[in-house]
Design a protein around this ligand. Structure first.
Ligand code: GDP
Ligand code: CA
Length: 318
């Protein structure tokens, strides 16, 4: 079975670990969000691609959910001693090596998709990890500071400001001109099932869908498209997704996110058992829905979520 998964960082990566356990023989292609990418200290950092790669490759810091295990922060301290920031973005010593290799390869002319493949040769994530695009796309967030509208890089909004001010708009700068990376449209066309893990609907999956051609390819693939809600009990399980949902006028509820994707894209949507009351409303919008436990407390629980998603896919296919 060929499965395509659109993934952001932590939510996507953890789900993928469960999916691999639930469907060990499946051929999984991951289309990763690169709208969070940022240049720091002259290096190209791809947080979501790395979170997927490290999580599936056994190199992730489990507690934090991002960055390398057994990490130290000597280089960051040395940079700070020179007065060179930003200090708000945590780049560890082990992690630096990944960004150095990536930047070196990009500088030598390799596209991001080829660089990602080369990095994955070390980590063996057990999936094919593709960036959504080889072209630069950078998510910016419009905020108001002292009555003036400003745009900040998504990482600055998310990591430095912890989304403490309201987002007025979220713009994937460059998306309109971006082309899907080699293999992306081919993987979608060849898929048996397409899954939206519980990743951020705006700045992870929304950004991937903003690359012209990807949304259309998914809608036209003619195979079940099933998503899992990142919103449980009217709040994100982790992080501040409610802030960016508000910016696009979507309520932070499992059903509002399903309706935002819409029946033109989604065939099935899993909500958590605490949101069971939302199921009839989602179904009346033409999206098959089930309420099942959606907390990724460990790999076994996550594998069960993946089984439910695949079962719902078979149900809508029939
Ligand atoms: P990011 O790029 O690291 O922010 O990660 P993603 O976009 O892939 O996923 C972030 C989303 O994952 C957040 O909106 C969380 O609500 C969601 N999430 C995290 N853990 C869980 C969980 O255990 N269950 C569910 N249903 N969602 C989760
Ligand atoms: Ca992200």
């Amino acid at each position: 079975m060929r499965i395509v998964v659109l993934a952001g960082g932590i939510g996507g990566a953890r789900f993928l670990r469960g999916l691999k356990q639930a469907a060990p023989d499946a051929d999984v292609t991951v289309i990763g969000n690169t709208g969070d990418d940022i240049h720091l200290f002259g290096l190209k950092v791809c947080p979501d691609l790395d979170t997927v790669m490290y999580t599936l490759g056994g190199g992730i810091d489990e507690e934090r959910g991002w960055g390398r295990t057994d990490e130290t922060f000597q280089v960051k301290g040395e940079l700070a001693a020179y007065g060179v920031g930003p200090e708000w973005f945590g780049l560890g010593d082990r992690d630096f090596a990944t960004h150095i290799v990536r930047t070196q390869m990009l500088g030598a002319g390799y596209p991001l998709s080829a660089v990602t493949e080369a990095l994955c040769a070390r980590w063996n994530p057990g999936v094919r990890l593709l960036p959504m695009s080889d072209d630069r796309v950078e998510t910016h967030v419009a905020i108001e500071v002292d009555g003036e509208r400003q745009a900040v890089h998504f990482q600055e909004y998310w990591v430095r400001m912890r989304a403490s001010v309201d987002a007025q708009a979220v713009v994937p700068v460059g998306a309109e001109q971006a082309k899907p990376a080699p293999g992306v449209l081919e993987a979608i066309a060849a898929a048996d099932v397409i899954l939206f893990p519980p990743s951020n609907p705006v700045v992870s999956i929304g950004t991937i869908l903003a690359v012209p051609g990807i949304r259309e390819a998914i809608a036209e693939a003619g195979v079940p498209v099933v998503g899992l809600s990142p919103i449980v009990g009217d709040a994100p399980v982790r992080g501040m997704a409610d802030k960016v949902l508000a910016a696009i006028g979507v309520e932070a509820t499992a059903s509002a996110v399903a309706l935002h994707y819409g029946s033109g894209l989604l065939d099935g949507w899993l909500v958590d058992t605490v949101d069971a009351a939302a199921v009839p409303g989602i179904e009346s919008a033409g999206i098959r829905s089930r309420a099942v436990p959606l907390m990724m407390t460990d790999v076994a629980a996550t594998a069960e979520m993946a089984r439910e998603a695949l079962a719902l896919a078979e149900e809508v296919r029939a």
